[in-house]
Ligand binder design. Structure first.
Ligand SMILES: *[C@@H]1O[C@H](CO)[C@@H](O)[C@H](O)[C@H]1NC(C)=O
Ligand SMILES: *[C@@H]1O[C@H](CO)[C@@H](O)[C@H](O)[C@H]1NC(C)=O
Ligand SMILES: *[C@@H]1O[C@H](CO)[C@@H](O)[C@H](O)[C@H]1NC(C)=O
Ligand SMILES: *[C@@H]1O[C@H](CO)[C@@H](O)[C@H](O)[C@H]1NC(C)=O
Ligand SMILES: *[C@@H]1O[C@H](CO)[C@@H](O)[C@H](O)[C@H]1NC(C)=O
Ligand SMILES: *[C@@H]1O[C@H](CO)[C@@H](O)[C@H](O)[C@H]1NC(C)=O
Ligand SMILES: *[C@@H]1O[C@H](CO)[C@@H](O)[C@H](O)[C@H]1NC(C)=O
Ligand SMILES: *[C@@H]1O[C@H](CO)[C@@H](O)[C@H](O)[C@H]1NC(C)=O
Ligand SMILES: *[C@@H]1O[C@H](CO)[C@@H](O)[C@H](O)[C@H]1NC(C)=O
Ligand SMILES: *[C@@H]1O[C@H](CO)[C@@H](O)[C@H](O)[C@H]1NC(C)=O
Ligand SMILES: *[C@@H]1O[C@H](CO)[C@@H](O)[C@H](O)[C@H]1NC(C)=O
Ligand SMILES: *[C@@H]1O[C@H](CO)[C@@H](O)[C@H](O)[C@H]1NC(C)=O
Length: 714
């Protein structure tokens, strides 16, 4: 689209010189034509013969090397009706306008031009009167009056006079001015000067004589006079009049043509282009379409064209040259892109908490880049993959991928794809409330969105212990069903949509050991012995503390044993035994743990103390039994005055503690019984010994009732 490339095809021109002055271009045509022919040619193939102005004359004159016709002549009426329009107006006054109708506001005559028709010497006066006073060459006055010299310092008035009057006499060819550059010696000013001043001026005097004179010779300067002259510019700039029928090269001008190409109906493979009509005389339009690696050239006479079989997403450059006389005018140009095709095979490749990576295959045809539109940022890439960042974690978004062309004028259809980001991981995972089979996990929910949480607990050997989900609003979970005294691996994962899971946060913690069981405490006067069964998986090493009224009285370490004994105690005092686990090594988070405190004198069971109570009377051969969980028990319906044996045993699981015994007599409900006896004895007076009999009866009762029941014998 360089402007100089426009001027390539030339018909009839040997050299084309172009100068752009404002909106005009100038063409120097070297074919020798008459002024009329030259003008016709200019009108046909350009605008007209050149109109010179102070602004263009310098450039134009520099480009010619001999006299050239320009668009000026003395009278435009002489050209008949072939002249353009206004050129024929006001035709009675010479030198009024240029060929294109422009007013003659600027002239650059060579000194002495234009030549005006000299009035004939007033010889009639002399011939008819006898004595007239001599007049000094009045003939040159009008000529001088119209001579405009562009450089008055170089033009001596007398020299000009000489040229006007005598030069022609030295120039039999009839061409009064020789263009200095036409001469073999290019030394123009000197040549001109010496050429024209070679003959010394001869003063002309008109004399008046008495005798009638011959008709005067027509002054020689009138040989320069051309009645209907046309104007040529000399190679060095000034103008002279010439006979219009002289063949000369000439200079045309043309108003630069500007037009626009409009493109419409652009699709991926087609478009319509339309351009503006050129000036008159256009033979056809040449359409150049260049795009991708292809070029189409077509000669057309219409003003539009549908283009098809274009490549999608390609930039096409359109140039339309209006062709006039085989010459390209200034082209009408435009550039357009066809619509690119949409991408294929769009996929989500990778998803993170805050980004989504997509990939796709590039479309058929051409493209310059891809645009990924997202709710956060729009991303432009030239590769087939793009990462969209700054998304909300756990959110679901729709992305669209478009194919674009460089000037962003055309976009492909959008290819949509939906994807969700991963939820972020939870933070601040904490474990609390450890028991022997459960603990409480709590956490802070992550930023962004999520649908819930998955809580998993594993044992050290990776057995699944707990696997549950919690809803969006929950931030804690009670993990249950855990084994006693174990290391537990805990995992919390935020859940997102589409099965997406955040990163898992884990912690390690421990359940408390289970309670000891089968606790049997045997108390004696001053000692206390406790036996137990260790909890499954629980520890065997404790520190035991003996408390009296909540203060520690004694401590004892138990290592790999299941019993402990405290001695040198006070009798009948209530003590509490506490098993403490010193667990720094096993359970770092639990320094102290009380599995089962034991309190009291009657041996209880820790979990649920059950006491077996029994009262017996051997005398009456009866016994009553019962179970209780209290530490007192009342038997009723016992016989009065009977000595009962009480026995209390603690039952723990299947085991029973050794019994604690107590013997007590019920209160006697006394009744007197009278005895009468008849005494007969072989020995006389034997019956009178009463004391002996009484003793025998007492001994008898004594041996039978003993202390089983209350009795008294008098
Ligand atoms: C035009 O005429 C001149 C002499 O007047 C001559 O030198 C020149 O070669 C001619 N040009 C052409 C193209 O005929
Ligand atoms: C053009 O007009 C001028 C002035 O009226 C006249 O002298 C001249 O003869 C005319 N030329 C022609 C060819 O008619
Ligand atoms: C121009 O001259 C031609 C004949 O030479 C004539 O037919 C035509 O009508 C003229 N046009 C005008 C506008 O005078
Ligand atoms: C003659 O001049 C008038 C006014 O300057 C203009 O409107 C008209 O178009 C001209 N005619 C031609 C044929 O140039
Ligand atoms: C003409 O010559 C005079 C004196 O030599 C000079 O001052 C003046 O500038 C000249 N004028 C031009 C137009 O060259
Ligand atoms: C134009 O380019 C395409 C690929 O870009 C290629 O297949 C084709 O052969 C090329 N055509 C020409 C004429 O170089
Ligand atoms: C178009 O016309 C020019 C002549 O103006 C000719 O040289 C060229 O071959 C033509 N091109 C086509 C494609 O017809
Ligand atoms: C997208 O990426 C995946 C994984 O990197 C790859 O297997 C697949 O071929 C890619 N698809 C396209 C269309 O490039
Ligand atoms: C979060 O996700 C839920 C559904 O899982 C949806 O109803 C809610 O609008 C989402 N919130 C935001 C902020 O996207
Ligand atoms: C794993 O540990 C659990 C309890 O901690 C236990 O019940 C299970 O038997 C163990 N499994 C193996 C294979 O050791
Ligand atoms: C937890 O349960 C879910 C189904 O409810 C299952 O998909 C997941 O694999 C389980 N987790 C483990 C660690 O077994
Ligand atoms: C306790 O017993 C276990 C095995 O039964 C043994 O490995 C450990 O060393 C013992 N601890 C002490 C302090 O004796």
């Amino acid at each position: 689209m360089g402007k100089s490339s426009v001027l390539s095809a030339v018909l009839l021109l040997c050299t084309v010189l172009m100068h752009t002055d404002a909106e005009q271009e100038y063409f120097t045509l070297s074919t020798n034509l008459t002024w009329e022919e030259a003008r016709s040619h200019c009108q046909m193939c350009f605008s007209d013969l050149v109109t010179l102005t102070p602004f263009n004359i310098r450039n134009i004159s520099q480009r010619i090397s001999s006299a050239h016709w320009i668009g000026l002549r003395k009278y435009f009426n002489s050209t008949g009706n072939g002249t353009t329009g206004n050129g024929t107006t006001n035709s009675s006054v010479p030198w009024t306008q240029w060929a294109d109708g422009a007013p003659l506001v600027f002239q650059n005559w060579y000194p002495g031009w234009p030549v005006f028709k000299s009035p004939l010497p007033k010889i009639e006066c002399c011939s008819c009167s006898c004595t007239c006073p001599a007049r000094v060459s009045p003939t040159s006055a009008p000529t001088r009056g119209y001579t405009e010299s562009p450089d008055s310092n170089n033009t001596d008035a007398s020299t000009t006079d000489a040229i006007l009057r005598h030069g022609p006499s030295e120039s039999p060819a009839g061409y009064r001015i020789t263009d200095p550059t036409d001469a073999t010696t290019p030394d123009a000013p000197d040549t001109t000067q010496s050429h024209w001043v070679s003959t010394p001026p001869t003063p002309i005097a008109s004399t008046c004589e008495r005798s009638p004179m011959l008709p005067p010779i027509v002054p020689e300067e009138l040989q320069n006079y051309v009645e209907d002259s046309c104007v040529a510019m000399l190679s060095f700039g000034p103008w002279v009049e010439r006979d219009c029928s002289d063949p000369l090269p000439f200079i045309c001008y043309e108003d630069r043509f500007y037009g626009e190409v409009n493109v419409s109906g652009i699709t991926a493979t087609s478009a319509s282009v339309a351009w503006q009509r050129g000036p008159d005389g256009i033979s056809h339009y040449r359409l150049h379409v260049v795009g991708g690696n292809e070029t189409w050239v077509q000669n057309l006479t219409e003003l539009s064209r549908d283009l098809d079989r274009l490549t999608p997403g390609t930039g096409y450059s359109v140039e339309v040259f209006a062709v006039k006389c085989g010459r390209d005018l200034n082209p009408q140009t435009t550039i357009f892109y066809t619509t690119p095709e949409e991408v294929q095979d769009l996929n989500v490749v990778k998803v993170t908490e805050r980004s989504v990576t997509l990939n796709w295959t590039e479309p058929e045809g051409q493209f310059d880049f891809f645009l990924v539109k997202s709710p956060s940022d729009d991303v432009e890439v030239t590769t087939e993959e793009a990462e969209v960042k700054n998304l909300m974690p756990g959110g679901c978004f729709t992305f669209s991928v478009l194919t674009g062309v460089q000037d962003r004028s055309r976009w492909s259809e959008a290819s949509p794809i939906a994807a969700c980001t991963k939820p972020e991981k939870v933070s601040d995972l904490k474990v609390s409330d450890n028991t022997n089979m459960s603990l409480v996990l709590s956490w802070t929910p992550p930023e962004g969105n999520f649908t819930g949480f998955q809580v998993v607990a594993l044992s050290v050997n990776k057995t699944l212990l707990f696997n549950e989900t919690r809803g969006r609003g929950e931030t804690s979970a009670v993990v249950t069903g855990l084994p006693n005294g174990s290391e537990i691996r805990l995992f919390v994962t935020a859940l997102g949509r589409d099965g997406l899971r955040g990163d898992t946060v884990s912690d390690v913690d421990f359940t408390a050991p289970g309670p000891i069981s089968h606790l049997v405490v045997v108390t004696k006067d001053t000692s206390l012995n406790a036996d137990w069964k260790p909890a499954e998986g629980g520890p065997l090493t404790f520190t035991t503390e003996l408390l009296w009224e909540k203060t520690v009285v004694k401590t004892k370490d138990v290592v790999n044993e299941t019993s402990v004994m405290f001695d040198t105690l006070n009798t009948t005092t209530e003590y509490t035994v506490v098993w403490l686990l010193l667990l720094e090594t096993l359970l770092p988070k639990m320094s102290k743990w009380t599995p089962s405190p034991y309190t009291g004198a009657p041996p209880p069971n820790v979990t649920k103390a059950t006491y077996l109570v029994e009262v017996r009377s051997g005398f009456w051969n009866e016994s009553f039994q019962s179970e209780t969980q209290k530490t007192t028990f009342t038997f009723d319906r016992l016989r009065s005055g009977t000595n009962y044996t009480c026995e209390v045993m603690t039952q723990a699981g299947d085991d029973k503690s050794p019994p604690v015994n107590l013997t007590e007599m019920t209160v006697a409900d006394k009744v007197e019984i009278g005895l009468s006896m008849m005494c007969s004895s072989a020995d006389s007076l034997q019956c009178e010994n009463e004391t002996k009999v009484m003793k025998e009866i007492h001994d008898y009762l004594e041996s039978n009732l003993k202390e089983h029941i209350f009795w008294k014998f008098n």
